[in-house]
Design a protein around this ligand. Structure first.
Ligand code: NDP
Length: 253
């Protein structure tokens, strides 16, 4: 495993949960980190955590569903740090419930954040990643996309969330092939149930269903997923860890 000194990472959805833990994990390996999300106060709290680890951070308040804001987040990162080696597309929402009575606005939000946001950030980042991959210190760059076990195993009530996450896996495999010659590795991490409050964004009347499903499961900590992301990124240049499924050990789905 290699350290990430002299490299720069951008993590979306870094204001809480898996994104915040991932930013800390990459900083622990020496990467400068751009923290991207909408809630500035939460980003600044994460930045303070990273400060103790020494690599510099940048907080970028941006809504990744807005193509201009997503591109500007990438440009601000490159303007501040001079390069971009790693993108972790982690921002996401899960709004669960049967299709029958779901407000279409929920579908639009999931598609916008989980898919379009990821596309906008990735496309804006690609030229910078290619440049970083052609240079010192590592001669490799990474895009790590956070999908979900829900993208592998669709269950009643998660149809649209599962659709967005299955799409992330398909996109990642196609992009992997497209960017391989540029030495940009593309990977997908599929976490099982993680203790982040992610499920609490679901409509109140649908929450008991979600909670019943996960009640008996000892959920993963955000740091458990962050370790998988860090493992992908700090693997040496000759290694491409393209997919990691990390379930809670007693999760049946
Ligand atoms: P959190 O709700 O804690 O984190 C979601 C992050 O996404 C927040 O930082 C939020 O920041 C950010 N975000 C949401 N919408 C936008 C937007 N429009 N623009 C920019 N940032 C946005 O949940 P998790 O940490 O659990 O989720 C992280 C990822 O992991 C998601 O993609 C999720 O689908 C996936 N996942 C989670 C699992 C779980 O059980 N928790 C299981 C499998 C996958 P802000 O509100 O400040 O913008």
């Amino acid at each position: 495993m290699e350290r990430l000194d002299g490299t720069v990472a951008l993590v979306t959805g870094a204001s809480s949960g898996i994104g915040a833990a991932t930013a800390v994990a990459l900083a622990q390996q020496g990467a400068a980190v751009a923290l991207v999300a909408r809630r500035r106060d939460r980003l600044e709290a994460v930045a303070r955590q990273v400060l103790d680890l020494r690599p510099p951070t940048l907080c970028v308040e941006a809504d990744v569903t807005d193509r201009g804001q997503a591109a500007r987040a990438v440009e601000k990162t490159v303007a501040r740090f001079g390069r971009l080696d790693t993108v972790v597309n982690n921002a996401g929402v899960m709004l669960v419930g049967p299709v029958e009575d779901a407000p279409p606005g929920e579908w639009e939000r999931m598609v916008a954040v989980n898919q379009l946001g990821l596309l906008y950030v990735t496309q804006a980042a690609q030229p910078h990643l290619a440049k970083a991959a052609a240079s010192d210190p590592r001669h490799v760059a990474d895009v790590v996309n956070i999908s979900s076990t829900a993208g592998r195993v669709a269950r009643a009530g998660t149809a649209v969330y599962s659709m967005t996450k299955a799409g992330v896996a398909a996109f990642s495999e196609s992009l992997r092939q497209e960017l391989q010659l540029q030495r940009i590795r593309v990977s997908v991490v599929e976490p099982g149930t993680v203790d982040t409050g992610h499920a609490s964004r679901t409509r109140e009347e649908r929450r008991p269903g979600v909670e019943t499903r996960i009640r008996k499961t000892e959920r993963l900590a955000p740091e458990d997923v962050a370790r998988s992301v860090a493992f992908i990124v700090y693997s040496p240049r000759r290694v491409a860890v393209n997919e990691i499924v990390v379930r809670a050990a007693d999760q049946t789905w």
